[in-house]
Design a protein around this ligand. Structure first.
Ligand code: NI
Length: 170
């Protein structure tokens, strides 16, 4: 059962900050779990997926923004922001708020430190969409959705739009 159900706005797991992941404790199950996460993200045509979006409160997320149309998979375990720079106001969406997008100001460049799927600590830099994905996925691990960062009225508009929006993928 590689494709998992994606949790939606309103579900408690999405509002809960994930505790740090004990790499040694999960490493045996990690390859199968990551396989499911990649399959679930691809089926929903997303560019990122955090573990709470498949109902697991684990500090784990995957990202593939396909720079220049080519897959470039990134696994983030216990990610931390190292630095943030600049500003970019751009459309943002989330598989847990399907079918709706809204402008959100984020940092234009981000540097993060995380363990990769082999448990090796790495630092990664991104700009534009990748920087946005780093910030969006780390928010998920802190129990936050992008709508939580919008002004009250915009948040209501997004939540209202979701009721009638058609996700592009199910
Ligand atoms: Ni999301």
């Amino acid at each position: 059962m590689p494709i998992r159900r994606i949790t939606k706005h309103g579900e408690k797991v999405l509002k809960t900050a994930c505790p740090p992941l004990d790499y040694a404790a999960v490493s045996a199950e990690l390859p199968a779990l990551l396989k499911d996460m990649w399959a679930t993200m691809a089926a929903a045509r997303g560019v990122g997926l955090a573990a709470p979006q498949i109902g697991l409160s684990l500090r784990l997320a995957v990202i593939d923004v396909k720079p220049e149309g080519k897959s470039q998979r990134i696994v983030l375990i216990n990610p931390e922001i190292v630095s943030l720079e600049g500003e970019l106001n751009d459309e943002e969406g989330c598989l847990s708020l399907p079918g709706v997008y809204h402008k959100l100001r984020r940092h234009a460049r981000a540097r993060v430190r995380a363990l990769d799927e082999h448990g090796v600590s790495r630092e990664l830099s991104g700009e534009g969409l990748l920087a946005r994905a780093f910030q969006h996925e780390i928010d998920h691990l802190d129990g936050k959705l992008y709508v939580d960062r919008l002004p009250f009225e915009d948040r209501l508009a997004v939540l209202d739009a979701i009721k009638t929006a058609k996700p592009g993928w199910d």
